[in-house]
Design a protein around this ligand. Structure first.
Ligand code: TYD
Length: 133
Protein backbone atom coordinates (compact mmCIF):
# COMPACT_ATOMS: atom_id res chain seq x y z
CA UNK A 1 0.00 0.00 0.00
CA UNK A 2 1.50 3.35 -0.96
CA UNK A 3 1.77 6.07 1.64
CA UNK A 4 0.06 8.77 -0.41
CA UNK A 5 -3.36 7.91 -1.81
CA UNK A 6 -5.32 10.73 -3.37
CA UNK A 7 -8.94 10.42 -4.39
CA UNK A 8 -10.12 12.74 -7.14
CA UNK A 9 -13.66 14.02 -6.93
CA UNK A 10 -15.19 15.01 -10.27
CA UNK A 11 -16.40 18.60 -10.34
CA UNK A 12 -19.96 18.97 -11.53
CA UNK A 13 -19.78 22.47 -12.91
CA UNK A 14 -22.18 24.70 -14.72
CA UNK A 15 -22.45 28.41 -15.34
CA UNK A 16 -23.42 28.96 -11.70
CA UNK A 17 -20.25 27.42 -10.27
CA UNK A 18 -19.12 24.05 -9.00
CA UNK A 19 -20.45 21.13 -7.02
CA UNK A 20 -18.79 17.98 -5.73
CA UNK A 21 -20.72 14.92 -4.61
CA UNK A 22 -19.11 12.37 -2.34
CA UNK A 23 -20.67 8.92 -2.25
CA UNK A 24 -19.12 6.57 0.28
CA UNK A 25 -19.24 2.84 -0.33
CA UNK A 26 -17.88 0.00 -2.41
CA UNK A 27 -16.79 1.18 -5.87
CA UNK A 28 -17.71 4.74 -4.92
CA UNK A 29 -15.36 7.62 -4.31
CA UNK A 30 -14.79 7.03 -0.59
CA UNK A 31 -13.92 3.35 0.06
CA UNK A 32 -15.53 2.91 3.47
CA UNK A 33 -18.76 3.58 5.29
CA UNK A 34 -18.59 7.07 6.78
CA UNK A 35 -19.65 7.09 10.42
CA UNK A 36 -18.36 10.53 11.35
CA UNK A 37 -17.60 13.83 9.69
CA UNK A 38 -15.69 16.65 11.33
CA UNK A 39 -13.99 19.76 10.14
CA UNK A 40 -11.16 21.90 11.38
CA UNK A 41 -11.32 25.63 10.75
CA UNK A 42 -10.18 28.91 12.25
CA UNK A 43 -6.76 27.40 12.88
CA UNK A 44 -4.54 30.06 14.35
CA UNK A 45 -1.41 31.20 12.50
CA UNK A 46 1.59 28.96 13.11
CA UNK A 47 -0.47 26.20 14.75
CA UNK A 48 0.10 22.59 13.72
CA UNK A 49 -2.26 19.75 14.60
CA UNK A 50 -2.43 15.98 14.48
CA UNK A 51 0.74 14.35 15.79
CA UNK A 52 -0.86 10.97 16.14
CA UNK A 53 -1.66 7.70 14.39
CA UNK A 54 -4.77 5.58 14.51
CA UNK A 55 -4.85 1.84 15.06
CA UNK A 56 -7.91 1.13 12.90
CA UNK A 57 -9.51 4.35 11.72
CA UNK A 58 -9.71 5.18 8.01
CA UNK A 59 -10.06 8.80 7.02
CA UNK A 60 -10.33 10.99 3.96
CA UNK A 61 -9.18 14.59 4.46
CA UNK A 62 -10.36 17.31 2.08
CA UNK A 63 -9.44 20.99 2.13
CA UNK A 64 -12.87 22.26 1.12
CA UNK A 65 -11.53 25.80 1.47
CA UNK A 66 -8.00 27.19 1.67
CA UNK A 67 -5.00 24.94 2.10
CA UNK A 68 -2.79 23.06 4.51
CA UNK A 69 -0.08 20.44 4.37
CA UNK A 70 -0.31 16.94 5.78
CA UNK A 71 2.81 15.04 6.71
CA UNK A 72 2.40 11.27 6.48
CA UNK A 73 4.87 8.88 8.06
CA UNK A 74 4.65 5.08 7.97
CA UNK A 75 7.74 4.64 10.14
CA UNK A 76 9.94 4.15 7.08
CA UNK A 77 9.25 7.09 4.84
CA UNK A 78 7.73 10.52 5.22
CA UNK A 79 5.77 12.43 2.59
CA UNK A 80 4.29 15.92 2.69
CA UNK A 81 1.06 16.38 0.76
CA UNK A 82 -0.40 19.75 -0.19
CA UNK A 83 -4.13 19.84 0.35
CA UNK A 84 -5.15 22.87 -1.63
CA UNK A 85 -8.29 22.09 -3.56
CA UNK A 86 -11.77 20.73 -2.78
CA UNK A 87 -11.58 18.42 -5.79
CA UNK A 88 -9.46 15.74 -4.15
CA UNK A 89 -9.10 14.02 -0.81
CA UNK A 90 -6.25 12.27 0.93
CA UNK A 91 -7.01 8.73 2.07
CA UNK A 92 -5.22 7.94 5.33
CA UNK A 93 -5.46 4.37 6.56
CA UNK A 94 -3.32 1.76 8.23
CA UNK A 95 -0.74 2.73 10.78
CA UNK A 96 0.21 6.20 9.59
CA UNK A 97 1.55 9.01 11.71
CA UNK A 98 0.04 12.30 10.56
CA UNK A 99 0.73 15.96 11.22
CA UNK A 100 -1.09 18.95 9.76
CA UNK A 101 0.90 22.10 9.14
CA UNK A 102 0.73 25.47 7.39
CA UNK A 103 -3.00 26.06 7.58
CA UNK A 104 -4.12 29.05 5.58
CA UNK A 105 -6.38 31.43 7.46
CA UNK A 106 -9.36 30.34 5.37
CA UNK A 107 -8.63 26.61 5.59
CA UNK A 108 -11.59 24.36 6.27
CA UNK A 109 -10.26 20.82 6.52
CA UNK A 110 -13.09 18.32 6.35
CA UNK A 111 -12.45 14.75 7.47
CA UNK A 112 -14.61 11.73 6.69
CA UNK A 113 -13.99 8.95 9.18
CA UNK A 114 -14.85 5.25 9.25
CA UNK A 115 -15.62 5.11 12.97
CA UNK A 116 -17.08 7.18 15.76
CA UNK A 117 -14.65 9.13 17.91
CA UNK A 118 -12.68 6.74 20.13
CA UNK A 119 -9.69 8.01 22.08
CA UNK A 120 -8.44 4.43 22.56
CA UNK A 121 -7.83 4.19 18.80
CA UNK A 122 -5.24 7.00 18.97
CA UNK A 123 -1.48 6.58 19.36
CA UNK A 124 -0.29 10.01 20.42
CA UNK A 125 3.36 9.25 21.15
CA UNK A 126 5.76 8.82 18.21
CA UNK A 127 7.91 6.21 19.95
CA UNK A 128 4.78 4.21 20.81
CA UNK A 129 3.79 4.44 17.14
CA UNK A 130 7.16 3.04 16.02
CA UNK A 131 6.93 0.27 18.62
CA UNK A 132 3.44 -0.69 17.44
CA UNK A 133 4.48 -1.19 13.77
P1 TYD B 1 -7.61 15.65 17.96
O1 TYD B 1 -8.03 14.47 17.13
O2 TYD B 1 -6.49 15.44 18.92
O3 TYD B 1 -7.25 16.86 16.99
P2 TYD B 1 -6.08 17.03 15.93
O4 TYD B 1 -5.60 15.68 15.54
O5 TYD B 1 -6.72 17.77 14.82
O6 TYD B 1 -5.00 17.84 16.52
O7 TYD B 1 -8.89 16.18 18.70
C1 TYD B 1 -8.87 17.39 19.44
C2 TYD B 1 -9.92 17.28 20.54
O8 TYD B 1 -11.22 17.12 19.99
C3 TYD B 1 -9.68 16.09 21.45
O9 TYD B 1 -9.94 16.52 22.79
C4 TYD B 1 -10.71 15.08 21.03
C5 TYD B 1 -11.83 15.93 20.45
N1 TYD B 1 -12.50 15.28 19.34
C6 TYD B 1 -13.81 14.82 19.51
O10 TYD B 1 -14.42 14.93 20.57
N2 TYD B 1 -14.44 14.24 18.44
C7 TYD B 1 -13.83 14.08 17.24
O11 TYD B 1 -14.44 13.53 16.29
C8 TYD B 1 -12.48 14.54 17.08
C9 TYD B 1 -11.75 14.39 15.78
C10 TYD B 1 -11.86 15.14 18.16
Amino acid sequence: MSLVNKINFPIIGDDRGSLISIEPGFNKNVPFEVKRIYYIFGTKSGVSRGFHAHKKLKQVAIAVSGSCQILLDDGIQQRIVDLDSPDFGLLIEGMTWREMHNFSEDCVLMVLASEAYDESDYIRNYQDFLSAL
